[in-house]
Each structure stands twice: as structure tokens, then as C-alpha cells.
Write a protein that binds this ligand. Structure first.
Ligand SMILES: [Zn+2]
Ligand SMILES: [Zn+2]
Length: 334
């Protein structure tokens, strides 16, 4: 692995890719068929596939039948919580252990030249980003997300949510499942933009931004209010006619998907050789500069439309600085 073939490293040891971020190809005209096909592959493989496969596994093995779900009970709720907790711990733990503990590729392709363990700080519980982020993710966010999932399954079982059956509406439901990650992206952009508003930022979102150098444990490290808003994406099933599986899938897309922007590496060395692109750079730039890339723009270029897109290029940097100076002028004038 030689990351200098793909990017540059500055004096601080931070690596940046030479290839700039690109917006989804079907938003530019004329769209190139090759690039659209490449995008479709990247939409499913690998990150969304993890959410689909785990949601199907949970649906088959963990989620009880509608008869049980009709009554809210600690038994099945705790069973679901245990499965979510252990599944997410194993998944996140794998990345943390392989790339941050064992450091199989050291600092190759690492955006920030340092590891969180090397940077103790008073902003974190026990002065440790790793301990703080792990506790907030697994003792706060996962229970909140599971609670929302439990309430939705209970609502569906009692006929309080608009449900359609697989047998009558299979094509519609498959389309909904395939579009769910887009819904997640738009939902995330809206709530994220909202909690960047001064008072909400200081009260709520600053907790997540304490991690300027994010790692896997940072992914779900949030204030409880942000955790509820983030996993609240599954509540859309109360408005959109769907199926309880969609509520489970939206939880999985949010929970297993959160890691993507927080991997910290542009390419990951795979256990059997070869490497996998991470798609983490857009959100890494958000952690670095705060007021850019409110979503990953993986399917809908919301940041481009609202003027907050940073593609990692010198031009992206210039546009951001221009925006920051204008904001400063406005604040000074006020
Ligand atoms: Zn983040
Ligand atoms: Zn933010």
C-alpha cells in the first residue's frame, strides 16, 4: 500500500486524496452510463448491503411474530436490544480493533495523521475520546434507537401505522427498501442542518463535534436529543404506507451506516489482500471544517444546492473561505 500514489501528506502528517469528491452522476447532464452503473454498484456495495443483510437476519431470527409484538413487553424488547447491541459492537469493534488498535495499515490513507488515543483532552469523559465515544454510542444512542424501533414494531402490530402487505404490494415495498437510504440521507441533512443552529449546536450537537478526528466509536457518539432525532428517521414509517420490516431496515441503515463517515481512512486494507474505498472523506471534511457537507451527497447533492458543498479541491476550499468571510462580515455588522 502506497498512499502517496493516490494523494499527498502535509507536514502535520494528514493525508488528503488527489481525486476530489464527485456528486452523483445522474444530476449532471448528459449523464454517463458507465458512471451511473458505477454509482449503482457503490450505492449497494458494500455499506448499504450490510444494512440490508443484517436487517433481514434480524427480521428472521430476532424480531418476534406480530402476536408477541402486539403487547409491549420487556422480554422481546430486551432481546432486540441485546441483538442490536452485540451486532453493532461486533461490527464497530472489528473496524476499531483492526485499524485503530492493531493498526494493520498504520497511517496509510489516514486523513488525520494522529490516532485519537494519542490526543487526550478535557472535552471527553475520562479525557479519552475512545472511552467517551464508546460509552455515548453504546449506552446512550443504541438504547434510544432500539426504543424507537420497539415502539414502531408495537405500533405496526396494533394497526396504528399505515401498513401494506408483501403479497399485494411487493414491487412498491422493494422500491421503498431501495430508496430508504436516500430518505435517511435527506432526513439526516435536515436534522443535521437544524442542530448546527447556534443554540442547538452548543446544547446538542457539540457533543458529536468534540471528535475533530473521528474514529469508528465516534459514529454514534451523540447527545441524547441528537440520538433521538437521528434514529427518528424510522418514524417516517408512521406517515409513509410501508411495512414493519422497513422500520427495522431504517434502524439498521442509521445504526450500521453511521460508521461510513467516521472510518478516518480513505482506503481500508482488506483481510484477504486488496483494499476497499471508504466513502468517508465528505463527512471527515465536515468534522474538520464544521460548516460544510451536512450530508454525504451520495445520492442527493443537498449541500451543492444549499451552497455548503466542499469536494476537497482548492476550489472547494476557496468557496468555503468566501462563505466564512461573508458570515463573519454579517456577524460583525450585526
Ligand atoms: Zn460525524
Ligand atoms: Zn455537524
Amino acid at each position: 500500500m502506497n498512499d502517496l500514489e493516490f494523494g499527498t501528506r502535509n507536514k502535520k502528517g494528514d493525508w488528503a486524496p488527489s481525486q476530489h469528491l464527485e456528486l452523483p452522476p445522474f444530476w449532471s447532464w448528459p449523464p454517463s452510463l458507465g458512471r451511473v452503473l458505477g454509482w449503482v454498484m457503490g450505492y449497494v456495495w458494500p455499506w448499504n448491503l450490510v444494512a440490508i443483510v443484517t436487517a433481514l437476519l434480524w427480521w428472521q431470527l430476532v424480531v418476534p411474530d406480530a402476536g408477541t409484538l402486539r403487547t409491549l413487553g420487556w422480554g422481546w424488547a430486551l432481546q432486540l436490544f441485546a441483538a442490536n447491541w452485540l451486532g453493532l459492537f461486533a461490527y464497530y469493534g472489528f473496524f476499531e480493533w483492526r485499524y485503530y488498535r492493531r493498526r494493520v495499515q498504520q497511517r496509510q490513507f489516514k486523513y488525520n495523521g494522529r490516532f485519537p488515543a494519542e490526543q487526550p483532552s478535557d472535552v471527553f469523559w475520562f479525557r479519552s475520546q475512545n472511552i467517551d465515544n464508546f460509552l455515548r454510542s453504546f449506552l446512550v444512542s443504541v438504547p434510544i434507537g432500539t426504543a424507537i424501533e420497539v415502539l414502531l414494531l408495537w405500533a405496526f402490530a396494533n394497526g396504528w401505522a399505515p401498513a401494506v402487505s408483501w403479497s399485494d404490494h411487493s414491487v412498491y415495498l422493494v422500491c421503498l427498501v431501495l430508496l430508504a437510504p436516500v430518505l435517511h440521507e435527506v432526513h439526516f441533512f435536515v436534522i443535521h442542518r437544524l442542530i448546527h443552529w447556534g443554540p442547538l449546536y452548543r446544547w446538542v450537537h457539540s457533543v458529536h463535534h468534540n471528535s475533530v478526528n473521528p474514529s469508528p466509536w465516534s459514529s454514534m457518539s451523540m447527545h441524547p436529543v441528537e440520538g433521538a432525532a437521528y434514529f427518528g428517521v424510522a418514524l417516517w414509517t408512521l406517515l409513509i404506507p410501508s411495512h414493519p420490516f422497513l422500520a427495522v431496515f431504517l434502524f439498521h441503515a442509521a445504526a450500521f451506516g453511521a460508521i461510513v463517515g467516521h472510518l478516518g481512512f480513505d482506503q481500508l486494507a482488506l483481510p484477504g489482500g486488496g483494499a476497499q474505498k471508504s466513502s468517508a472523506y465528505a463527512h471527515y471534511l465536515h468534522h474538520k471544517f464544521f460548516e460544510v457537507n451536512y450530508c454525504d451527497n451520495g445520492s442527493v447533492p443537498l449541500d451543492r444546492w444549499f451552497g455548503s458543498w466542499h469536494d476537497g479541491s482548492p476550489e472547494g476550499e476557496r468557496l468555503m473561505q468566501e462563505r466564512f468571510s461573508k458570515k463573519k462580515e454579517r456577524l460583525n455588522a450585526a
